[in-house]
Design a binder for this molecule. Structure first.
Ligand SMILES: *Cc1c(COP(=O)(O)O)cnc(C)c1O
Length: 392
């Protein structure tokens, strides 16, 4: 049995559900028993253009049949092309560094901040302020940047210089002569789909600019049209100094990127990655960006967002006995369950009923469908969610 093989040879870092998927078509997945599911998770915001996307798989196959990887010691045409697409779609005057995951992209952001603090004054500025309930990744430094003390158990000692603010209002009071950057998610994902207030973020951005402190936005989950615009930073109408992306960028192929307006921050040798930005991952990302840019420009993406929002609102309003709020933007949505036990039961029943949903924070039902989800798939997914809550 697969479950036995997994538990015999794979370290048990995940509380895995006993189901394995064998095929997918957009937002529809089929498991090894032949049961079908509507996927409202997209592999935690990764499979942005759906499962089995033909245009993406053709682009990947075309590339891997020629070159998968050379190394960053040589010019890489798909990497340069992908960087151009990311920068142009963002609308920011920046340059990119490619990594392989969200945590690694954030490591790059932290290194940018640390070097910025070194070269720009007599006192070394090194402190980075992050928010409580944030999530920035699992490497030792990204974990320390993550403002959730419970996740820090066992793994110290950590690098110095991370300071946690309990809310955006508290950030300014925590700044001292050693502060070099503030790193935030505009909508906290893992922390429970918590959007920050737009006016407060704009005021924070202006204050940081005045004080020459970098604003670094972790868009690993919010980026690549997840919240409706290419970046949540576009939606919030701010100009960060550093932005990281990962999840939705490669459509499932591992890739992370950090981009910055501090274009001269790194010199050769300051940072690097063996796999980062290789032919495979950057040609996949460019195909994803092609697909989603067209989808956005044709108006289809906004139509899908509206349709999803309408279906979600209808579901929420019919079940205010179970849920206390509907939160989020675009296709990054949450319903606050009245308690953790209710949420666990809903998620379990949903799987039984053939729709996959996620948990975030303590009690939030999180929905991150593929951005290409169809109206029929949305209707079917919510019909199954209705069944799931009816069976409570
Ligand atoms: C998922 C996530 C990360 C970590 O990404 P990995 O690819 O798992 O390293 C970092 N920041 C945010 C906001 C995320 O949602």
């Amino acid at each position: 049995m697969l479950k036995d093989l997994d538990s015999q040879y794979v370290l048990p870092t995940y509380a895995r559900q006993n189901v394995s998927f064998v095929s997918g078509k957009n937002a529809l997945l089929t498991d090894s028993e032949g049961k079908e599911y509507i996927d409202f998770t997209s592999g935690i915001g990764v499979v942005s253009v759906g499962h089995g996307n033909e245009r993406l798989s053709r682009a990947i196959c075309d590339q891997v049949s020629r070159i998968i990887h050379i190394s960053n010691l040589y010019l890489i045409a798909p990497q340069a092309a992908c960087a151009k697409r990311i920068v142009e779609q963002s609308g920011y005057d920046m340059k990119c560094f490619f990594a392989n995951s969200g945590a690694e992209a954030n490591e790059g952001a932290i290194k940018i901040a640390r070097k910025y603090g070194e070269v720009d004054g007599s006192v070394k500025r090194y402190k980075i302020i992050t928010l409580e309930h944030s999530f920035h990744g699992r490497t030792i430094t990204a974990l320390k940047a993550t403002g959730q003390e419970a996740m820090h158990n066992y793994f110290g000692p950590f690098p110095d210089g991370f300071v946690y603010a309990s809310s955006i209002d508290e950030i300014e009071g925590l700044i001292d002569d050693h502060t070099v950057a503030v790193m935030i998610e505009l909508v906290q994902g893992e922390g429970g789909v918590q959007p920050l207030d737009r006016e407060k973020v704009q005021a924070l951005a202006a204050m940081l600019k005045r004080r020459d402190i970098l604003l670094m936005v972790d868009e690993v989950q919010t980026g690549i049209y997840r919240t409706g615009e290419f970046l949540a930073s576009n939606l919030y109408n701010i100009e960060p100094d550093v932005i990281t992306m990962a999840k939705g960028l490669g459509g499932g192929v591992p890739i992370g990127v950090v981009m910055t307006s501090k274009k001269d921050i790194f010199a050769p040798g300051d940072h690097g990655s063996t796999f980062g930005g290789n032919y495979l991952s950057t040609s996949a990302a460019s195909a994803v960006l092609d697909i989603l840019e067209e989808y956005k420009q044709s108006g289809e993406l906004d139509k899908a967002f509206l349709y999803f929002e309408k279906a979600l609102t209808k579901f929420y309003e019919a079940h205010t006995d179970l849920f206390t709020a509907s939160v989020g933007f675009g296709m990054m949505r949450g319903l606050r369950a009245k308690d953790a036990a209710t949420l666990a039961a809903v998620i379990n029943n949903a799987r039984e009923a053939g729709v996959m949903v996620l948990k975030a924070g303590r009690n939030t039902l999180r929905l991150l469908p593929p951005l290409t989800i169809t109206k029929e798939e949305i209707d079917e997914g919510f019909a199954r969610l209705e069944k799931a809550v009816a069976a409570l």
